[in-house]
Design a protein around this ligand. Sequence first.
Ligand code: PHE
Ligand code: NA
Length: 500
Amino acid sequence: MERSTWGTRAGFIMAAVGSAVGLGNIWRFPYVAYDNGGGAFFIPYLFALLTAGIPILILEFTIGHKYRGSAPLSFFRMSGKKLEWMGWWAILVSFVISVYYAVIIAWAMRYTIFSINQAWGTDTETFLFSDFLQLTVEPGQTGSIVWGIFIPLAIVWIITLGILAAGVKRGIEAANRIFIPTLVVIFLIIVIRAVTLEGAGLGLTAFFEPNFDAIMDPSVWVAAYGHIFFSLSIAFAIMITYSSYLPKKSDITNNAFITGFANSSFELLAGIGVFAVLGFMAAQSGDAVADVATAGVGLAFVVFPAIINEFPGFNGLFGVLFFLSLTIAGLTSLMSITETYVAGISEKFGTSRTKAVLVGGGLAALISILFATQGGLFFLDLVDYYINQFGVAAIGLVEVIMIAWVFRKLDTLKDHANPLSDIQLGGWWKISLGVITPIVLGYMMFGLLRTNILQQFDTETGNYEGYSDMFVLTGGVAVAAAALILGILFSLGKWHKDHA
Ligand code: PHE
Ligand code: NA
């Protein structure tokens, strides 16, 4: 069977940007930057982008384009069986992330509706935890299904799987061609409105004010690297899968630069928008920006609703646009992460795309119901913490060491990419992948392992979030370990005859 391909270069870039631009840009980057040196954070951030982000993006685009398969099939073709497990490991980590990422999109979808009349009332925190999430059980217990989450969650999966089933060109590409320009327009409206708010300057000053001492702190560099991996969707199997659908004659390096810079522009824009709005909030309440600045669930679902309450006119509209942008940014990322296992399953077992969507996507959708229960938030928090730490960063480290040092494939890959591309790869690319990235990621993994192991034995600090040993082991450690073990098991099976 002929391999599916993107219809146009712009279509591929929009899909790659759609994957990269996600919740991370909107609710993660602004706070990470603010918390790690403000304006001075741009130095480690740019360094991480240019020595890890874009080089790995180029690496993954080249692998996908050269070997024309899902991550495990590409690694199989690269190494003859020896590296296939790495692809499955990345796919299983992606599977786990997709399962709870979908739930956050479902919340955003529901909050889009709540925005219309600010259904969250004045106490937005109580509303989130008690009324909406109905978080009334102990960590580790499920309680019953919360229908207010379940229903949007079902919609999220129907949209995502429907798009994937329609195919690479007619599904993923067509959807991104609508979603990405829409997102850009909505986002520009939000940011323009935000920076014209009273007090916006206060927030922007806090965001950009450089703290140059911070860049002497290794943890700031680790934060920059960690963020770049998540933000660019690298080491998730995503970019290998997407680039495997590129036509034979396609520029590789230039596409990677465009994707990387588009994602960064979006983050910067989000940082400006979010901090302008936080400045407005601070000016209204008389608090310092530092007291209202936060990230993640708290920012999007507690602070933003409170700000929308205070908005000078058109509150409903601003709220709808904000949550709609979260929803759209999330959907295009969810599509990309789900496509990793749809592609892997259909190639390994020789099933049709539709079947792979139903089986893989269906299983993910089913498991995600766990996070739509009363205890769902605790599961989400724990799984997210462990899978990100011991999934994405660990895969990135293993991937660069295997390819650069064990299998010594950088030159082969460089020779594949250069004749196709505008921007030529040379010393910068090889030193970034062979030396800088392994050192920084190695240091980062060592630190993470150390902290986590110490945490287990230190009765003073206790576990992450004070969760019980049992909960941490089964919900966090076991899930992260299972991704690796199952990945190895998957790689033992034979490829369907079409792909052997
Ligand atoms: N790049 C995404 C972001 O910044 C991260 C992501 C991609 C998460 C794909 C899940 C799936 O939010
Ligand atoms: Na991103």
